[in-house]
Design a protein around this ligand. Structure first.
Ligand SMILES: Nc1nc2[nH]cc(C(=O)O)c2c(=O)[nH]1
Ligand code: SF4
Ligand SMILES: [Mg+2]
Length: 250
């Protein structure tokens, strides 16, 4: 499978879940490469912002920033190799993320089977952008979907990112939380419209500030936390950004 490359190896790391309902839980993250979306503020654009692609990213305008050479940011590993690395951390909570991990669905099913064949109580989370419906096997294998459907603020065309039927299907699994990235007040009405169209359960909603620095998070959290309280939905910080900043492998 194609993973994000970090140094000589794959971007597989042991940290604390920084976002969503499980924030603070020790977990091994496996970062797959490739994404079917291309959000302008994506904090893992090394999974898709490759040289020769037409997508825009906020960082494109930063002096000295270059789109990535595929060979620098992708590494190929078998499910067996990934399983061996994951086992080495001694933590059985695993977060499959990306990019978009569902682009590697068959290989991830092999990985989860290999790990579960150890006979231990693994817990698999998947961070997904909610634009693709997992198959039945994946629905059965994943313990928790952290679904982050993208809003207008992502800069991605609505036809690509907005899939109400997928959100309904994920909600029906009973294992999904819906984590929206918020920048401005108008995002809230967009989220509430989507909730109405899809019937997403309010008690599975999480609103999280967009930001790759503590200052950016604080600026939005300053008003968003109170809005969450009044709406009766969860607020999520981005703990890893607070603790370690905008770094890879944390
Ligand atoms: N600590 C930590 N928590 C996270 N939760 C979701 C992440 C992601 O990039 O999908 C992430 C991440 O990259 N690091
Ligand atoms: S869906 Fe996620 S990984 Fe893909 S571009 Fe958007 S933020 Fe980045
Ligand atoms: Mg991240």
């Amino acid at each position: 499978m194609k993973l994000a490359r970090l140094g000589d190896g794959a971007e597989i790391f042991f940290t604390l879940q920084g976002e969503g309902v499980g924030v603070g839980a020790p977990a091994v993250f496996v970062r797959l490469s490739l994404c079917n979306l291309h959000c302008v503020w994506c904090d893992t654009d090394h999974t898709w912002n490759f040289q020769g692609t037409p997508w825009a990213h906020e960082k494109d305008s930063v002096p000295g920033y270059r789109k990535h050479r595929k060979d620098d940011v992708i590494i190929e590993k078998s499910a067996e190799q990934v399983a061996e690395i994951v086992r080495g951390f001694g933590c059985r909570r695993v977060v499959l993320t990306g990019g978009e991990p569902l682009l590697h669905e068959a290989e991830l099913l092999v990985l989860m089977k290999l790990l579960r064949d150890d006979g231990k109580d693994w817990f698999f989370e998947m961070e997904t952008n909610g634009s693709r419906m997992p198959n039945e096997e994946t629905l059965a294998a994943i313990d928790q979907f952290n679904v982050s459907a993208k809003l207008r603020n992502s800069g991605v065309a609505e036809t690509l990112r907005r899939k109400p039927e997928v959100l309904r299907g994920l909600a029906a699994s009973g294992n999904a939380w819906f984590k929206f990235v918020v920048q401005v007040e108008e995002d809230i009405s967009e989220i509430l419209d989507l909730v109405e169209v899809t019937g997403l359960p309010m008690n599975r909603l999480i609103l999280m500030p967009e930001g790759r620095t503590v200052e950016e998070l604080d600026r939005i959290a300053g008003w968003l936390a109170g809005r969450c309280r009044d709406l009766g939905v969860r607020f999520s910080d981005r703990l890893h950004v607070r603790l370690w900043g905008d770094k890879r492998g944390v």
